[in-house]
Design a protein around this ligand. Structure first.
Ligand code: SF4
Ligand code: SF4
Length: 253
């Protein structure tokens, strides 16, 4: 299985130690043009953005997001809505209105971070690509040489990568379920609530199990991962419902 944070076409593969040139600033005539692409969100992205906006995940998802199901795997995914002009719902007159909390794939651009199984071991491979297909992007090839590590650090990606790598265990585990379970609407709905709408999930089920939602966003993803993996493990044999979630899913996580 391959997981990437935004694109179907990854671009040019960057070998370890290689450099690229990129520079972005508001004076470029292309400023904001890139904010019309599809932005896929991870649970950590959602945690950070909803905190920035001081709302819960339910309000964040219903106001700013669209939810799809991957037809191949049955796993739900979340993307940002666009405005009528085709631009991201968070693009304002002066750029991104929640720049400090912008999601992983916006921070990564023009890099694409792709996670893949290593055929020779249980490990996963992290591969970076340089996206070059946006001909309007004046930042590509501009400025001084950058390394992948330096670019990721500069864009505050270290906590995002840690949390996103934890999250990736969930879709990888989900794909190992049988086709009929993966595509069961009740299973999909429960997994979506636990993984992406975690504030509502905890408000609904946490009180039965004396589990309170962590205040720290990384700790939240640690708990979301634990609950989701338990839910996936048991969804193959349990009839899901409130009683099941109450007694089986959270308690064992
Ligand atoms: S340089 Fe590229 S990333 Fe920066 S605003 Fe222009 S299109 Fe977007
Ligand atoms: S979240 Fe911000 S940076 Fe990302 S596409 Fe939307 S406006 Fe642009």
């Amino acid at each position: 299985m391959t997981w990437h944070e935004n694109l179907e076409d990854f671009g040019k593969k960057l070998e370890p130690g290689s450099t690229f040139r990129f520079e972005c600033h508001p004076k470029l005539t292309c400023f904001g043009m890139c904010c019309s692409t599809e932005i896929t969100l991870t649970p950590y992205d959602i945690a950070r953005m909803r905190r920035h906006l001081n709302i819960d995940t339910g309000e964040f998802l219903s106001t700013y997001c669209k939810v799809y199901t991957d037809p191949r795997t049955g796993f739900p995914f979340v993307v940002l809505k666009h405005k009528e002009d085709g631009k991201c719902v968070f693009l304002g007159n002066h750029g991104c209105s929640l720049y400090e909390s912008r999601p992983s794939c916006c921070r990564n651009y023009p890099l694409a971070r792709v996670i893949d199984d290593d055929d020779n071991s249980d490990k996963r491979l992290t591969i970076y690509y340089l996206q070059q297909e946006a001909t309007y992007c004046e930042g590509l090839g501009r400025g001084s040489d950058r390394t992948v590590g330096g670019y990721c650090e500069m864009n505050g990606l270290i906590p995002y990568e840690k949390a996103n790598d934890l999250f990736l265990d969930i879709p990888f585990a989900y794909q190992r379920l049988s086709h009929s379970v993966r595509h069961d609407s009740e299973v999909q709905s429960m997994v979506f609530e636990a993984v992406f709408n975690f504030d509502s999930f905890f408000a609904k089920y946490g009180r039965f199990n004396h589990v309170s939602a962590p205040k720290d966003d990384h700790e939240m993803i640690v708990l979301v991962r634990s609950i989701a993996l338990n839910l996936i493990k048991k969804s193959a044999r349990l009839k899901l419902g409130e009683q099941t979630v109450n007694s089986e899913i959270i308690r064992d996580s």
